[in-house]
Design a protein around this ligand. Sequence first.
Ligand SMILES: C[S@@+](CC[C@H](N)C(=O)[O-])C[C@H]1O[C@@H](n2cnc3c(N)ncnc32)[C@H](O)[C@@H]1O
Length: 197
Amino acid sequence: MIIEELVILCIQKITTLLFSIAKWASSPDAGQLMAMLLKLLNAKKTIEVGVFTGCLLLLTALSIPDDGKIIAIDDNREAYEIGLLVIQKAGVQHKIDFIESQALPVLDKLLEDHENEGSFDFAFVDADKETYINYHERLMKVLKVGGVVVCDNTLRRGMVALPESAVPEGRKQDRQLILVLKFHTFHWVMGSRSAGV
Ligand SMILES: C[S@@+](CC[C@H](N)C(=O)[O-])C[C@H]1O[C@@H](n2cnc3c(N)ncnc32)[C@H](O)[C@@H]1O
């Protein structure tokens, strides 16, 4: 775990030096939680939507077995290439299939091949919040039974738990999007239970 923390810190430092939006990079403690989940699941086939400089992508690559695979999607290759230098040093680049694209069409393309249905162990979503619900719909189809999807930023600094009147005007739409996602997830899980999922 110490090595994983160090490499993430390494990417974070580089990100801070090079990008004004360095806060996008995920933190080591979020990474530790994800590493634990990946190991508990024994995850081998994973997908990440929203890579940026690859903090958690690297962590995923370090947490899955040598023949594991990650489909990593981001519409900005420039940021990925910064982290790629550390990923290469860590010797895990061979596990990563980076796709520079808007994420939704890539997920739709994956679903055109029926072999991808129910085949992924783990998915991580950390991209544009307004599309989370569309990602979620597709990811539910590619994940296997017992697979896990982790979505970043779903607490919105605690705002999802506040009454709407207490949420600043500029944050209301953002909070609403996450609440709809949670509602959707709840209904999906309840609906699937009857199907034995
Ligand atoms: C918060 S950052 C991801 C941080 C990253 N998961 C990490 O571990 O540090 C969000 C990323 O999502 C990407 N993104 C946003 N909207 C996207 C979209 N529609 N399709 C693909 N990538 C998108 C951005 O380019 C950005 O790199």
